[in-house]
Write a protein that binds this ligand. Structure first.
Ligand SMILES: Cc1ncc(COP(=O)(O)O)c(C=O)c1O
Length: 398
């Protein structure tokens, strides 16, 4: 079956009892057993397994063309469980120099205390990756492509080769692309992680995460750890995500088309000094993106020539682009990464530029979106807002 068909049908046979076309929300914690040890259809307790979650997991495995998928309460819960399944104290991990701030925080501020060390390397430079792996006991290479928020593109097939040649797993965070645009397992990655909160859910109404494994080899270990640590997706969250997934393909097409128009507008705007969008021919990763993706995604970042205060002001001036964290929903969002999503990277090698603005371009009418950006960027300096919380202050709050 083709992708669009799998998104609607994989894991979603009509309900055996009633014929319901949509998998029911099995809002239950436990299941009646037919005598001790007689669990029906294998379900005994919903931390271990729940039919609505199973439907989502089977669908995600089919979309990423993996052997098994696991649905979690959030993207971070998925990352944590996968890392603690694959790594042991003493292991080393390589992360991208512009990793998502929360991933960086997990390695730097949580897992480092449990004996897992990391180095951050720009993965667009494969020689730098090889140098960083040289003589190390690196257990896994963690990749993102496109990266959040700088939209770097990594050659995933080449990175997989380098990782495997050094005995390391390649894990790819596929949140920005979604399996509709890119399937890292087909490019050689061993596992994919998602914040399903984003494009997979697609409607900004649910927080969730997923791991998809290329081979079944570690599936039992991951299932064990998921059950043992308990960060599972609840039935209603799994159902909402599954509902979002059905329209992933059509939404992504529109996200890509709108984002391309936004990137073109920004490129031509005199107040904008830099545009990050892999669909632009001048983007350093454009050729690789064209090779490994089936579209360039809905995320666009840009920098303001006038600097940080102007970037902050633009974020406060849009009317359609809602100022908020997260991404991948049908509605357009705008944010200031240095003070919001990436505040946790402040003062580190992964700090993001202060004049950077990130857009999650939604599926509204393109002209309305372009008009909104034009008016927000064309503000006078007297209208600049200066009373925002600084990145360092926010970091303390988190
Ligand atoms: C690329 C990426 N990975 C992982 C996460 C974490 O996902 P969640 O917020 O669902 O825990 C995010 C969240 O923004 C993200 O953007």
């Amino acid at each position: 079956m083709k992708f669009e068909t799998r998104a609607i049908h994989a894991g979603q046979e009509p309900d055996q009892l009633t014929g319901a076309v949509v998998p029911p929300i099995y809002q239950t914690s436990t299941y009646k057993q037919d005598g001790v040890g007689g669990a029906r259809s294998g379900y005994e307790y919903s931390r271990t397994a729940n039919p609505t979650r199973t439907a989502l997991e089977e669908c995600l495995a089919a979309l990423e063309t993996g052997a098994r998928a696991f649905a979690f309460a959030s993207g971070m819960a998925a990352e944590d469980c996968l890392i603690r399944t694959l790594c042991r104290p003493g292991d080393h991990v390589l992360i991208p120099a512009d990793a998502y701030g929360g991933t960086y925080r997990l390695f730097a501020n949580v897992l480092a205390h449990w004996g897992i060390s990391y180095d951050a390397v720009p993965q667009t430079d494969l020689d730098a990756v090889r140098d960083a792996l040289e003589g190390r006991r690196t257990r896994l290479v963690w990749a993102e492509s496109p990266t959040n928020p700088l939209l770097s593109i990594v050659d995933l097939a080449a990175l997989a080769e380098v990782a495997h040649a050094n005995g390391a797993f390649l894990v790819t965070d596929n949140t920005f692309a979604s399996p509709y645009l890119q399937r890292p397992l087909e490019l050689g990655a061993d596992a994919v992680v998602h914040s399903t909160t984003k494009y997979l859910g697609g409607h900004s109404d649910v927080v969730g995460g997923a791991v998809v494994l290329r081979e079944a080899g570690y599936a039992d270990d991951l299932a064990f750890n998921q059950n043992a640590t308990g960060g599972i997706a609840g039935p209603f969250d799994a159902w909402l995500t599954l509902r979002g997934v059905k329209t992933l393909a059509v939404r992504m097409d529109r996200h890509c088309a709108n984002a391309a128009l936004v990137a073109r507008l920004l490129t031509a705007h005199p107040a904008v000094s830099h545009v990050y969008y892999p669909g632009l021919p001048e983007h350093p990763g454009h050729k690789v993106a064209a090779m490994q993706m089936h579209g360039f995604g809905g995320m666009v970042s840009f920098r303001l020539a006038a600097g940080e205060q102007k970037a902050v002001a633009v974020c406060g001036r849009t009317r359609l682009f809602t100022l908020g964290e997260s991404l991948g929903g049908v509605e357009s969002l705008i944010e200031h990464p240095a003070r919001m999503t990436h505040a946790s990277a402040a003062g580190s090698a992964l700090e993001v530029p202060a004049d950077l603005v990130r857009l999650s371009v939604g599926i509204e009418d393109a002209d309305d979106l372009l008009d909104d950006l034009r008016q927000a960027i064309s503000l006078r300096s007297s209208e600049v807002i200066t009373n925002c919380t600084s990145g360092t202050e926010r970091l303390k709050l988190r």
